[in-house]
Ligand binder design. Structure first.
Ligand SMILES: *Cc1c(COP(=O)(O)O)cnc(C)c1O
Length: 345
């Protein structure tokens, strides 16, 4: 199976498994796991923050960050297609009791003016805006990159109004590799930021949330309350360290493969590509003919060995560590054949 469903599908490589097997470990819950501690130093340094926290998933990073930045009844502001709103099971309402103000971003990226227009300081009637959430890169908009200046302008407006800023950096390192802008520069305007080790970086488990020492101390308490404190987590942190040391630069291969895929799809008469020149590793497209629905195309491709994501009206294909240049050529051939067959039916 050529699996383009998500970059979360990467399996640990033999070399990664080897470092996991021999990792030094201790009690993570007591901050005594040396491998976790080393990973957190690396993550805090990478993101230019005072401290970091090891969490089992990116979702928990978002949820704990929202919890730490807000109080029940506050408003968080995010792009309408943000993962924190669309894909975390209603977590902001359940865990933090917050309201959500959605902005209509341009492929996931809203402007400082759009933000300024919705900020409220709060009154007996009006709930106060408290937190702005940004997603770099933006998943459901197609792996789009926030330009640094736009992100800084948004964060400046947020801070001028007393709001906090949070970056969902599940794929921040894809943006870093694509633009050459250091991760700490993207994170500089954000009070908290996190990266996922299980996306293109290819580790089996783990994410790191970073911020000020005070922020992380409070976040750690919520982590414990939610049952997220672990024991010999150094086994997993070792895979994350390996990923940081060996799997960042190679994200450029995923971006090249995504461009190859999007370019090939764009040449097919029966396909419309949302992002024919993808910023990073995510491609969204759909069949043009009403006789071939996106879910038909996805099902037919899967039966021929190519798995992709069925997003209703759109199809998502994501490149990653376990997808080669040859796999993309093969996937294009399969999709082309399905579209041609549907045209002849
Ligand atoms: C995958 C993803 C998450 C959640 O990360 P998990 O580790 O799967 O919980 C959050 N935000 C974005 C943008 C993502 O793509």
């Amino acid at each position: 199976m050529i699996d383009l469903y998500s970059d979360t599908l990467t399996k640990p490589t033999p070399a990664m498994r080897a470092v996991i097997a021999v990792a030094e470990v201790g009690d993570e819950q007591k901050n005594e796991d040396p491998t976790v501690n080393r990973l957190l130093e690396m993550a805090a340094d990478l993101l230019g923050k005072e401290a970091a926290l090891f969490l089992p998933s990116g979702t928990m990073c978002n949820q704990i960050a929202v919890k730490t930045h807000t109080r029940p009844g506050d408003v968080i502001i995010a792009d309408k297609m943000g993962h924190v709103i669309r894909s975390e099971g209603g977590g902001p309402a359940f865990n933090s009791g917050v309201m959500v103000e959605m902005l209509d971003g341009d492929r996931g990226r809203f402007t400082a003016e759009q933000l300024a227009a919705v900020i409220t300081s709060g009154s007996v009637y009006v709930p106060p805006s408290r937190l702005v959430c940004l997603e770099q890169t933006h998943n459901f908009a197609g792996g789009t990159i926030w330009p640094l200046a736009q992100m800084d302008a948004v964060c400046r407006v947020a801070h001028e109004h007393g709001l906090s800023t949070h970056m969902d950096g599940a794929r921040l390192l894809n943006a870093v590799v694509a633009t050459g802008v250091p991760a700490r520069d993207y994170a500089a305007g954000c009070d908290s930021a996190w990266i996922d080790f299980t996306k293109g970086l290819g580790a089996p488990l783990g994410a790191a949330l970073a911020g000020s020492r005070d922020f992380i101390a409070q976040a750690r308490r919520y982590k414990h309350m939610m049952g997220g404190a672990m024991r010999q987590a150094g086994m997993m942190a070792a895979g994350c360290i390996y990923a940081l040391e060996h799997h960042i630069e190679r994200l450029a291969d995923d971006h090249a493969n995504a461009r190859l895929l999007a370019g090939g799809l764009a040449q097919m008469d029966g396909i419309s590509v949302e992002n024919p020149i993808p910023d990073t590793n995510i491609v969204f497209f759909s069949p043009r003919s009403p006789r071939l629905t996106p879910s038909d195309l996805v099902a037919r491709a899967q039966s021929r060995g190519v798995r992709m994501g069925d997003f209703g009206t759109r199809i998502r294909a994501v490149t990653h560590l376990d997808v080669s240049h040859g796999d993309i050529e093969q996937a294009l051939a399969v999709i082309d054949q399905i579209v041609r067959e549907a045209g002849a039916e």
